[in-house]
Design a protein around this ligand. Sequence first.
Ligand code: TMP
Length: 209
Amino acid sequence: MDQGLFITLEGIEGAGKSSNIEYIKELLQHHGREIVVTREPGGTELGERIRALLLDTPGVEIPADTETLLMFAARADHLERVVRPALAQGKVVICDRFTDATYAYQGAGRGVGRERVAELENWVQEDFRPQLTLLFDVAANVGLRRAGNRSNPDRFEREDQQFFDAARQAYLNIAAQEPRRVKVINADADPDEVRKQIAEIFQAFFKDS
Ligand code: TMP
């Protein structure tokens, strides 16, 4: 395989995706590929500045449409400067969140709607999509309880359970519509069991591809 591979990790707050990145990296290193780990919003200097605005702007309200556009502004920069060049060099790019998060958080959570997110997705990405997405699925109350232990919650972490219920449901709807791309992990399981699920997903993925 000398083509790039774009893998995204998704899930609501407290689902545990970030704590499994190292393990995922290890699994992929066995395939002898160079790996780039990145995140959204962020991953570039400009994207990280947009991220800082999105996650914490004390005293400034960010309307839902503006929030959505900022997510895609950061994404456009990230795609152009980091993701596409790495894939063109045959690297594996592991991205902590991508456009499914916009469907979940802005489309469903903020009520912007699927169609508007889809318009921006098509504009910014054309037909570019991840080859594989791991969805760390956990009930909103469980995720919030885990995330609640974090000090200094950001603008999203301060949202209520209804917001995360909607986001989780949107994620599950995407997984139901795109079962080949989106693999659901029961993230409520203990850490060993979660890692086992991840390993099985990659085994099946590399067998099929
Ligand atoms: P993180 O803390 O998991 O890195 O993600 C930052 C926050 O940004 C997280 O609460 C989810 C949110 N987010 C969106 O609302 N829409 C998006 O498109 C992305 C990529 C992230």
